[in-house]
Design a protein around this ligand. Structure first.
Ligand SMILES: CC(C)(COP(=O)(O)OP(=O)(O)OC[C@H]1O[C@@H](n2cnc3c(N)ncnc32)[C@H](O)[C@@H]1OP(=O)(O)O)[C@@H](O)C(=O)NCCC(=O)NCCS
Length: 154
């Protein structure tokens, strides 16, 4: 599996993964009205806009986009793995990728806004609760994880 920056031709696949996750997984924890609003928001066009504002990555397996995550410095956004590919380590690898980048840039911690659905995932990866927040897309947990930068060999 390869992790690389999103390309314009990935935007439809990424939009599709996010929308499927929202409808098939996150809908267990959020009302239909919020899920509908989020699905509308994450169009392929919006994905391209977001990719200009943040570093957006995709996990590609055998030529197919299977997951995505983005970051703005040490802040995590849009962590989604295609529903049929969850629980196979894709999310952990995507998070490891952006945590390493942030650590190498000198950030001391990583911060994420987790849905109710993904709260346990981030805790499993070592994130600790900082506070909760109410956004236009519903209730979120804000979590942080301390980063250790890789020692440079001189
Ligand atoms: C949350 C999500 C990104 C996790 O990705 P994933 O590829 O399934 O996660 P991984 O397989 O890498 O799991 C890593 C570890 O977290 C655990 N884990 C994964 N999801 C979990 C959850 N919801 N609750 C508790 N633990 C979880 C796994 O068991 C695994 O533990 P292990 O390595 O000790 O065996 C994925 O399930 C998803 O896309 N969910 C729907 C969309 C969503 O909620 N996205 C987050 C928006 S904030």
């Amino acid at each position: 599996m390869e992790i690389r920056l999103l390309r314009s031709e990935d935007s439809t696949a990424v939009s599709e993964i996010i929308r499927r996750c929202l409808r098939e997984i996150n809908s267990r924890d959020y009302p239909e009205e919020i899920i509908g609003r989020m699905c509308e928001y994450f169009s392929p066009e919006r994905i391209m806009q977001l990719a200009e504002a943040r570093q957006m990555f995709v996990a590609v397996d055998d030529g197919t986009v299977v997951g995505t995550v983005s970051r703005d410095g040490n802040k995590v956004f849009t962590m989604f793995v295609q529903p049929q590919g969850i629980s196979r380590g894709v999310g952990r690898r995507l998070m490891g990728h952006i945590e390493t980048l942030a650590a190498n840039e000198g950030y001391e911690y990583m911060e994420t806004g987790a849905s109710i659905t993904a709260h346990g995932f981030y805790q499993r990866l070592g994130y600790l609760d900082v506070r909760t927040s109410e956004t236009e897309f519903g209730f979120n947990y804000i979590l942080r994880k301390t980063l250790r930068s890789r020692p440079t060999v001189s």
